[in-house]
Design a protein around this ligand. Structure first.
Ligand code: BGC
Ligand code: NOJ
Length: 815
């Protein structure tokens, strides 16, 4: 069992100690409008706002070697050529370390007494990435070496950039001035922006033509110019412009040289575009480089990244949790993942190419659940943006582009769970902030230009949509699919050239989803509480009526005997039922019926969870999505039966839906089960990284299940709804600190042997220091709650009315 690294919890870092991890282990920079991704070997790329429409540097996905483009530094010393991040040369290093921290990565490589450190980050609020570079002579002799920097520019629109070479080979343009390279392809026509790649110290050469620097028959592992020890000062005309700079250093024994390289997205704004015909006005680029030429500014910018994260994380910290994995995930890494999913939805990661899926309607709504406490104002704006991609009849664009905020026509709508998720995100926002004004914000409908319907209208439209679109069992129609994108009950596809999700006429279809019914229960229950909080009791009872009706339908139509049926196909045959040969039990309907409050009074909810435990769960990997996997393709089921057994939606462990089961266990006070299940998918708790392969600090979308030939193998890390939901599980369901309309509700569900724990939570301007003790070894039930020494009834801490901003909360379990 190889060891690739370890957590450094006090610095909130994961330290990778060998570069050849089982897969590239990725990190993100940036939280505003500018983003970078970097692996432990400096692979990755950078973009502004939208990885499809404004990509600054190139990245070739699924390459071999994997992860072969990035922000590289080469050292040439005598005959030896190496990278501090090991790749692309893969020259053996004497020492290697990559510290992935929150919003930065620090790669340090050492060879023959020379140490090179590359610290990469994006300063808050800036559209630029900084590489602070330190070169150290650790020997007792003077040393001479050349350092080369390298990026390959992307022509901003990434899809065209990677497909349309008959055009792109002739459009590339750059300018070079001093230590800066300006990539300005298409600037001559409609673009008003360019990429700056500048060095803060004098350079001794440069290249901007890839053919000159790398060579047509060489590779990044042996770039021509580096091998020769000399850049050629090439200027790119067409083909593939790159940024490469040469810096010659003579270092005395013990000497260190520090400087920075800046990669910036520069928008000219109102500046004149040109200084003279076709000579770009570079004022802004020069200002940026001048500013960061002061290393104190670089250091201050880095400190600002760290300070910003500390301040965000201080909103929720649980410093004394008896389980180290839960503690570090909830305090650090899970929140970092929530930031990434909020910002990028499912667009750009090591697996998402940045050109396919933009922001997902259901995805982004769920991402808010784990993010809203960090920056509620941004969550508010996002909710309104999402809502305005809904159509007046209630359907929603399934995805939209972050740059344009417009729905993607090629995928369209008709995923019938989509509308309901908006209610969950909106209620979570209001519970966090108490801000009801969001409901009155006009956000209009995508197909009603100029419409000013407020958010509350969208919420009612979403409820109405589900009610209006029901099938023979009075259950909600599924449309193209529900949460499970692969349950395509209407496409009947026999044609390999079409998408499972969008093929098939859904007009007049009868296929129904029990999962959507459960989600409807959850959403309407949320809405009833919201209407009560608003004082609109009539509306509350109206929605309660819909809840009651749907609950009755679920109990009458969807109970299969030992668990909830998953769906009914286009011919109204059950899916996820004991009568099925394969796919007898699915996880999503158990989860959502339980979370929606079904099966509470008749024992079914508990039975549904027990069925999950019996058929789907293993402690090593978590719960498979269904059982048994489909061994053959079924056109009446769609993509779910297309995957080989044990992968993805065909009975892989889809971490996202596991989290709902975790919440289910906490509803029943099953603290041991909740933690055991939580740990079963927790990346920090994975023991054998050669089996798991994915990053140990963030959730992966999927782990190959017990039904696959490669159980335990994680795939598709970072951009998954697991991020947000796991944070909800750990922070609200297990540790039990739940934002509610009138105050913080305290309702932990922990293993009996935990003696207690503490949480510091900032909520609506007040810092709550919460100490939980568990003298009677219970899992659930608050026996007493003291607020600044005063005992109060119930388990909701009322908001202070006397201006107190710090409140001490003592919780004793054991009711
Ligand atoms: C995958 C799903 C994913 C969908 C997105 C499918 O092929 O299996 O997990 O949600 O594509 O379009
Ligand atoms: C990933 C998609 O982003 C998400 O929307 C979907 O719910 C899951 N796959 C399950 O299919």
């Amino acid at each position: 069992m190889a060891n690739y690294g370890h957590f450094d919890d006090s610095n909130r870092e994961y330290v990778i100690t060998r570069p050849d991890t089982p897969l590239p282990w990725l990190n993100y920079f940036g939280q505003d409008e500018f983003f970078g991704m970097a692996t432990q070997t400096a692979g990755g790329y950078t973009f502004w706002k939208d990885a499809k429409l404004r990509r600054l540097t190139r990245y070739r996905y699924n390459n071999n070697p994997m992860d072969n483009d990035g922000r590289f530094l080469y050292v040439k010393q005598g005959k030896s050529v190496w990278n501090p991040g090991w790749k692309p040369t893969r020259t053996k290093l004497d020492a290697f370390e990559c510290r992935h921290g929150l919003g930065y990565s620090r790669i340090t490589g050492k060879k023959d007494g020379i140490e090179v450190e590359q610290l990469m980050f994006i300063p808050p609020g800036e559209n630029l990435e900084v590489w602070k570079i330190s070169v150290r002579n650790k020997t007792k002799k003077p040393q001479k070496l050349s350092l080369f920097s390298y990026v390959e520019f992307c022509f901003f629109e990434a899809l065209n950039d990677m497909t349309n070479y008959q055009r792109t080979y002739s459009i590339g343009e750059v300018e070079i001035e001093g230590s800066a390279i300006y990539h300005k392809t298409e600037y001559r026509e409609r673009r008003n922006h360019y990429t700056l790649f500048g060095c803060t110290r004098k350079i001794d050469g440069y290249d901007t033509s890839r053919d000159a620097f790398v060579g047509v028959h060489h590779g990044l592992h042996d770039p021509k110019a580096v091998m020769a020890g000399k850049c050629t000062n090439s200027r790119a005309f067409g083909w593939n412009p790159v940024g490469a700079q040469q810096i010659n250093l003579s270092l005395k024994p013990g000497q260190e040289e520090t400087f920075a390289i800046i990669l910036a997205y520069v928008d000219q704004g109102d500046l004149p575009k040109f200084d003279s015909p076709m000579v770009m006005n570079k004022t802004k680029g020069k200002e940026i480089l001048a500013k960061y030429s002061d290393m104190k500014v670089v250091d201050a910018a880095f400190n600002a990244v760290k300070a910003r994260w500390e301040s965000l994380l201080s909103i929720y910290q649980a410093p004394k949790v008896p389980n180290e994995h839960l503690q570090r995930m909830v305090n650090t890494w899970n929140q970092a993942q929530c930031m990434a999913t909020f910002n990028l939805s499912r667009s750009a990661s090591g697996y998402e190419t940045g050109i396919g899926r933009g922001m997902g309607y259901r995805d982004s709504n769920q991402d808010i659940l784990g993010f809203v406490h960090l920056l509620p104002a941004r969550a508010r704006q996002r909710i309104l943006d999402i809502a305005s991609t809904q159509l007046a009849d209630g359907t929603c664009f399934h995805q939209y582009q972050p740059l344009t905020k417009k729905g993607n026509a090629d995928i369209g709508g008709g995923f019938n769970d989509d509308p309901l998720w908006l209610i969950l995100s909106t209620c979570a926002y209001i519970r966090e902030t108490g801000d009801l004004t969001i409901l009155n914000e006009p956000c209009g409908y995508a197909d009603k230009p100029g419409s000013k319907d407020p958010l509350l209208h969208h919420i009612e439209t979403s409820i109405q949509y589900t009610l209006n679109n029901r099938g023979p069992h009075a259950l909600p129609l599924i449309g193209h699919a529900d949460w499970n994108d692969c349950l395509n009950l209407n496409c009947h596809s026999k044609e390999p050239n079409e998408s499972f999700q969008t093929a098939g006429d859904i007009a007049g279809s009868k296929a129904e989803s029990v999962m959507i019914a459960g989600l409807f229960l959850y959403a309407t229950r949320d809405l009833v509480k919201l209407y009560h909080f608003m004082g609109q009791t009539q509306d509350a009872s109206r929605i309660q009526g819909h809840y009651d009706d749907m609950l009755k339908t679920v109990e009458e139509q969807a109970w299969d005997g030992a668990w909830y049926t998953r769906a009914f196909d286009a011919e109204s045959k059950p899916i996820g039922s004991k009568v099925c040969k394969e796919g007898k039990i699915y996880i999503e309907s158990q989860a959502w019926c339980v979370l929606g409050g079904a099966g509470q009074n008749n024992g079914r909810a508990k039975k549904a969870l027990q069925a999950v435990d019996k058929y789907l769960y293993t402690p090593e990997h978590g719960c498979a999505l269904q059982y048994p996997p489909y061994s053959t393709y079924h056109s009446e089921l769609g993509e779910v039966s297309s995957y080989p057994p044990g992968y993805k939606e065909n009975a892989g462990v889809f971490s996202h839906n596991n989290t709902w089961i975790h919440i289910g266990w906490t509803m029943f006070g099953e603290g041991e089960k909740a933690l055991e299940y939580y740990l079963s998918i927790c990346p920090s708790a994975k023991k054998d990284h050669d089996v798991y392969r994915s990053e140990p600090y963030v959730y992966a979308q999927m782990t190959a299940s017990q039904f696959s030939p490669t159980p335990g193998e994680g795939k598709n890390s970072w951009l998954t709804g697991t991020g947000a939901w796991s944070f909800v599980v750990a922070s609200q369901s297990i540790l039990g600190v739940q934002p509610d309309y009138t105050g913080l509700r305290i309702d932990p569900c922990i293993p009996k042997k935990w003696k207690g724990f503490s949480v510091s939570r900032k909520f609506r301007g007040v810092t709550y220091s919460i100490e939980v003790t568990n003298p009677k070894s219970k899992s659930k039930g608050v026996k007493s709650l003291k607020i600044d020494g005063q005992k109060i009834a119930g388990n909701v801490i009322p908001l202070p009315t006397d201006g107190r901003t710090a409140v001490k909360v003592e919780v004793t379990l054991g009711a």
